[in-house]
Design a protein around this ligand. Structure first.
Ligand SMILES: Nc1ncnc2c1ncn2[C@@H]1O[C@H](COP(=O)(O)OP(=O)(O)OP(=O)(O)O)[C@@H](O)[C@H]1O
Ligand SMILES: [Mg+2]
Length: 186
């Protein structure tokens, strides 16, 4: 199946299995994971709709003294720009697509290699770290360039781990997957 067709089906599944309690278990697993606890500088994501909620993770990271970046996008180079958030959600603004992003006044990360852990969004995964993203190629580009300097991890539900996913040569794998039941490395 083509990625585009699969994204529609996976999104329907994500909505179908949506459960605040189960999604919160995934966030708890992440917060309790040593990979996160040991990370001083983290690049997190801002969740939307029926994704695993990340607001509590962002607040936890700030309250625990971590340096927190959230992505903004350079629409010309199609690169992700880690942007520092020090107050949440005060440092955020709603963008054109209705998603919260860091305000334009937030400082941009000068040394991306200093990021210890990057949270990588995705719609579906495989046990081997394969990932179906939202179709922009932003994280594939980012991980290709910087993935060697940092640990990558994704949050998902067991029901969104597939036997197989369509993959292209440019697709990058994630190092860790966190679900409501387990935290595992590839
Ligand atoms: N390293 C790269 N350099 C240039 N273009 C790339 C690179 N990686 C991916 N792309 C482009 O990104 C586009 C989208 O890729 P894909 O469908 O895999 O996105 P995705 O993995 O769902 O998105 P994301 O990585 O943002 O979650 C592809 O058309 C591909 O050409
Ligand atoms: Mg991809």
């Amino acid at each position: 199946m083509k990625k585009e067709e699969l994204r529609k089906r996976v999104l329907a599944t994500q909505r179908h299995i949506y459960s605040v309690a189960e999604n919160e278990k995934v966030a708890d697993q992440f917060i309790n994971w040593y990979g996160y606890q040991n990370a001083k500088t983290v690049m997190l994501t801002q969740s939307f709709n029926t994704e695993i909620g990340t607001s509590r993770i962002i607040n936890h990271a700030l309250e625990n003294g971590k340096t927190v970046y959230l992505p903004t996008c350079d629409i010309f180079t199609k690169e992700l720009i880690p942007t520092q958030v020090r107050a949440y959600p005060d440092d955020m603004v709603v963008n054109h697509y209705g998603i919260l992003i860091p305000k334009a006044t937030c400082p941009v990360c000068e040394h991306i290699e200093d990021i210890d852990l990057v949270l990588v969004p995705g719609m579906a995964f495989t046990e081997q770290g394969g990932r179906l993203g939202y179709g922009g190629g932003f994280y594939d580009r980012f991980l290709k360039k910087y993935g060697g300097h940092m640990i990558s991890a994704s949050l998902t539900r067991e029901a969104l781990i597939y036997e197989e996913l369509p993959t292209d040569h440019f697709d990058q794998k994630v190092d860790w997957i966190i679900t409501e039941n387990r935290v595992f490395t590839i």
